[in-house]
Design a protein around this ligand. Structure first.
Ligand code: AHG
Ligand code: MN
Ligand code: MN
Ligand code: MN
Length: 323
């Protein structure tokens, strides 16, 4: 089976980008190792502090962030970094050509119960005229991403990746410490009968979203005419991976408890990379009214309403939100 590095050399003409992806993969092996050791490595539980998102940080949020930050800042080709766990962008090498944005540990509420978590990353070209620590350098719509992917720390550790030319997955063989090619040109079914949403928030959604989900629950007796199944892992990485594997739609919509925020999830660390992967696999990423990849960020920590998955189902959600 082909090793990640060989695959990249064959499929990507940008050597700098290959270095960056390879470094993320290398760091993710250390994160995977700590996650596997869990309590034995003393990495479970809370860090006892809040991040810029107003969330309580887990120890592993901080550890994964530091591993990525230190490992990526060491690469000469990286000009700047932005992370869910860092208040400000981190300037690196002034001559670097890339910006890397990441959610170091996604689904961190799952870490203490030994359920799937992930790392999400997005790579942008660094504008020549702006410093790598300047937030404005990062404020590019998702369609400008050069590459995006995630690492899923589950029963197996997987790396799923796009460099804008299809979606590929790799399984970490811990016996040799290498990611090996698993699936090529992943395609997501256009139709589905499976959805993922945190139903406990139902009463706080907009009427259009409430109506749509009510119709999903009506099954074959409703206007959508089929019986739907539901899954909620509470790790976006796990939900998106399930959808890339067997179809579905994942939603995290606007919520009336925080009316000024467009949604809970972060545009640049979560929604953009996952939307690029889904669109590269033939699916769609939408805010429910527009393409996520076209949203112009105003700040690195911007939030967004998210509907990602099988193209026809995402289009159906958009129809419920028209007018
Ligand atoms: P993070 O752990 O990076 O803060 O992200 C958690 C996100 C996402 O992974 C997941 O889909 C969602 O939050 C879970 O939210 P609920 O707690 O509402 O289930
Ligand atoms: Mn978080
Ligand atoms: Mn996340
Ligand atoms: Mn996170």
């Amino acid at each position: 089976m082909q090793r990640l590095r060989n695959f990249l050399q064959q499929h990507c003409s940008d050597n700098g980008l290959i270095e960056v992806i390879d470094q993320i993969a290398t760091i993710s092996k250390d994160i995977a190792h700590l996650i596997q050791l869990g309590d034995l490595a003393g990495v479970l539980g809370s860090a006892g502090q809040e991040n810029v998102q107003g969330e309580n940080q887990k120890k592993l949020d901080v550890i994964a962030n530091d591993l990525l930050k230190d490992g990526l800042a060491a690469l000469p080709s990286i000009k700047g970094l932005a992370s869910e766990e860092e208040t400000l962008p981190v300037g690196c090498n002034p001559d670097g050509r890339y910006l890397v944005l990441f959610d170091p540990l996604d689904g961190s509420s799952n870490i203490d119960i030994n359920v799937t978590v992930g790392t999400i990353f997005s790579i942008l070209a660094a504008p020549a005229e702006l410093d790598g620590g300047d937030e404005r350098a990062f404020l590019q719509p998702g369609k400008q991403q050069l590459a995006a992917g995630y690492v899923l720390y589950g029963p197996s550790t997987l790396l799923v990746l796009t460099t804008g030319n299809g979606v590929f997955s790799f399984t970490l063989d811990s016996r040799v410490g290498e990611y090996l090619l698993q699936r090529e040109n992943i395609r997501v079914d256009t139709k589905t009968a499976e959805f993922a949403i945190n139903m406990s928030n139902q009463r706080f959604w907009k009427p259009a979203m409430q109506n749509y989900v009510a119709d999903l629950l009506r099954g074959e007796e409703g206007p959508l005419g089929k019986r739907y199944n539901m899954r909620w892992v509470a790790s976006m990485v796990a939900e998106i991976h399930r959808i890339l594997t067997r179809g579905g739609v994942f939603m995290y919509p606007w919520d009336s408890r925080e009316p000024k925020k467009p949604g809970k999830l972060r545009l640049m660390y979560e929604a953009n990379p996952m939307s690029l992967l889904m669109e590269q696999a033939g699916g769609k990423g939408s805010t429910s009214t527009e393409s996520i990849l076209s949203v112009q960020p105003l700040g690195i920590h911007d939030r967004v309403s998210v509907v990602i998955g099988s193209a026809e189902e995402v289009a159906t959600v958009e129809r419920y939100h028209e007018a």
